[in-house]
Design a protein around this ligand. Structure first.
Ligand code: FBP
Length: 296
């Protein structure tokens, strides 16, 4: 297990530290861990993600869920933030997602274009901003250039930057795929190297070995893999994302191993809102029971 870094060890400016303190110690369990609710799926996947539970297509319903579930923050795009966040302003922290894309084209060189600014995030009362970086995409030159502007603005305005560090593109598909231990480990390290304050990664799958470098083919357990990923993120706080809808026990085990490895928390979307209201809150309460064991 890695030691979870404290806010004092992250080299944060006063503005960033204040906002991260608010997120980690004045919301959720208030113990330095976090559970975020990402809700940008209407853009990333379209309304199909809401089909099984139509109420989840209503942003007001999901904001209420974030509040009732005691989340540390909700990550949404500019349109929903403008139209819906005012009603809950300050009650649940806002993470304004600054880039995003539809999944209608499936290009071999994915890039998530920027559609909002850090200044707009400040105006909306956000406590952090989010940026999706497609690690391994042939479009990395353009990605890094737009990321640079976001990072500079986040530094200037004192907003913590959460990087959705997602391995994507044809080269990644040929090297174990987006969830392989190799790809997720690389993504965690890349975000750390590029100055993210927090990094969001998928849970690594060490059994996905086709095409991965030799160093990742030693039959690692999933606990060993997530331990290494947290270590690669070093002084960048790590959040583990949820992925496709799965059973409660699968999600709880993912949470246990992540927290045991030294992750700061979880960022689960579909696994929260693709359940009935009651089932969502029940799962969130169980996840928080796990987080409660890892104060920092
Ligand atoms: P989930 O917990 O539902 O996986 O959400 C995490 C997330 O990063 C969302 O913010 C985003 O909409 C989605 O996953 C993107 O997933 P993908 O790149 O696999 O389409």
């Amino acid at each position: 297990m890695n030691v979870r870094p404290s806010l004092n060890q992250l080299g944060l400016s006063t503005g960033k530290k204040t906002r991260l303190y608010r997120i980690l110690h004045q919301h959720g369990l208030r113990n330095g861990t976090a559970i975020f609710l990402p809700y940008d799926h209407g853009l990333e996947h379209g309304p199909r993600d809401f089909a099984g539970h139509p109420e989840s297509g209503d942003p007001k319903h999901v904001l209420k869920l974030a509040l009732e579930g005691g989340f540390n923050g909700i990550a949404i795009q500019i349109g929903l933030a403008r139209k819906f966040y005012w009603e809950y302003a300050g009650e649940v922290p806002l993470v304004l997602k600054l880039n995003g894309k539809t999944d209608i084209p499936a290009p071999p060189d994915p890039l998530s274009p920027v559609n909002a600014t850090v200044e707009e995030a400040v105006r909306l009362g956000a406590d952090a901003v989010g940026y999706t970086l497609y690690v391994g995409s042939p479009a990395q030159e353009r990605d890094f250039a737009q990321y640079l502007r976001v990072r500079e603005d986040a530094d200037r305005y004192g907003l913590p930057l959460i990087v959705w560090s997602y391995p994507r593109g044809a080269a990644i598909d040929a090297k174990g795929g987006r969830d392989s231990f190799y790809a997720v480990d690389y993504a965690a390290r890349a975000a750390s190297e590029l100055g993210a304050d927090l990094v969001k990664v998928n849970f690594p799958q060490p059994d996905k070995q086709s095409g991965v470098p030799e160093a990742y083919r030693r039959g690692f357990s999933s606990q060993e893999a997530i331990d290494a990923v947290v270590q690669s993120a070093s002084r960048t706080l790590l959040l583990v994302s949820g992925g496709d809808h799965a059973g409660d026990e699968v999600m709880l085990e993912k949470a246990r191993q992540s927290m045991e490895a030294g992750a700061t928390g979880l960022i689960f979307g579909r696994n929260v809102f693709q359940r009935s209201h009651y089932e969502s809150l029940r799962l969130v309460a169980q996840l928080k029971d796990i987080l409660a064991k890892y104060p920092s």
